[in-house]
Design a protein. Structure first.
Length: 318
């Protein structure tokens, strides 16, 4: 059985809570209880080798926390992230962050930044040759290795960040809003580069974004998060063509459409509930146009549908 038969990443019942209690002395004086925020709540999905799984949702939905859990930067409160072992050892993961300026050391020349995650034991000449190769792969010049980050544009710095991620011989790239800080024309260049690298090198991406137009270009599968929970998941084209969850439909309705700018849109009601005071039942029910009585007291499970998608909604059936 080939490696491609198994998912590269399997996220199983993943949860993460953060203690946001007042200091102990303040709680003692006021009698206030301990409080926590549920940033990620029972999330499950698989990422197949050589594909792009995109996680989409509004700010504060838990996307970045989920990324940190998969990267191993935070420890889960519940559940696990299973990474498929490969012949050469464990799966290698690298991150490409939203801000290319903050992710590069301003005091280091670019060549040093790119070489940092390379395997130990490489001779200096091998590192230099590999840096030159990576710079060429991402569309820059080998001579750029001697420059500092401030000498590059935002798009060029993101290309450098991608080169550094590739230097670690990564199997999985975690792309956390990698183009949101860039101009639209530069976004397109970086996205095309990521697509090209995936095809050439067989890379696997977990793509975090709030921009559905970008996600539609990049993703093979799509997971929609709302206040820490996955509410709909499936093949990207199926969700874009026939989304079923009311929240997914509202998100897709925000994407500009030049062919039908006056099309009907599902109404968006109320503000996002506070993570400190989550509504009972389905946490989307205060904003949902399909909300029923059951939605206000029973949490819907993420269940399989006959079309290959999964949905957490009492009001939607096959």
């Amino acid at each position: 059985m080939s490696d491609a038969t198994f998912p590269l990443v399997s996220v199983q019942g993943l949860g993460r809570s953060f203690d946001v209690s007042a200091p102990a002395i303040q709680r003692l004086l006021t009698g206030a209880p301990r409080r926590s925020v549920r940033a990620v709540d029972d999330v499950n999905f698989d990422v197949d080798t050589g594909t792009t799984f995109a996680v989409v949702g509004e700010s504060g939905c838990g996307k970045s926390t989920l990324t940190r859990l998969i990267a191993g930067l935070d420890r889960p409160s519940e559940g696990a992230v299973r990474l498929r072992a490969r012949a050469g050892g464990p799966v290698r993961i690298q991150m490409v962050f939203q801000d290319p300026v903050g992710s590069l050391n301003a005091r280091w020349r670019i060549g040093r930044s790119i070489a940092e995650p390379m395997p130990k034991g490489l001779a200096a000449a091998q590192r230099q040759d590999r840096v030159a190769e990576l710079l060429t792969i991402v569309g820059l010049s080998p001579g750029d290795a001697a420059k500092y980050p401030h000498e590059f544009s935002g798009g060029q710095r993101q290309r450098i960040a991608i080169a550094r991620a590739l230097a670690g011989e990564s199997d999985l790239l975690l792309l956390d809003e990698p183009t949101s800080a860039l101009d639209v024309s530069v976004q397109a260049q970086v996205l095309n580069l990521l697509k090209d690298l995936q095809e050439r090198l067989g890379l696997t991406y977990l793509f975090i974004s709030h921009n559905l137009a970008v996600v539609r270009f990049m993703a093979d599968r799509l997971g929609i998060m709302y206040l820490g929970r996955m509410v709909e998941e499936g093949p990207a084209e199926l969700l874009f063509g026939a989304a079923a969850h009311p929240y997914t439909r509202q998100l897709i309705a925000t994407v500009p459409n030049v062919d039908s700018p006056q099309r009907d849109r599902d109404p968006v009601a109320f503000d996002i509930p506070s993570p400190m005071n989550m509504p009972p039942g389905c946490n989307f029910n205060p904003r949902c146009p399909l909300a029923m009585d059951i939605c206000r007291h029973e949490r819907p499970a993420l269940r399989e549908r006959s079309n290959g998608t999964r949905i957490a909604c009492h009001a939607v059936h096959d």
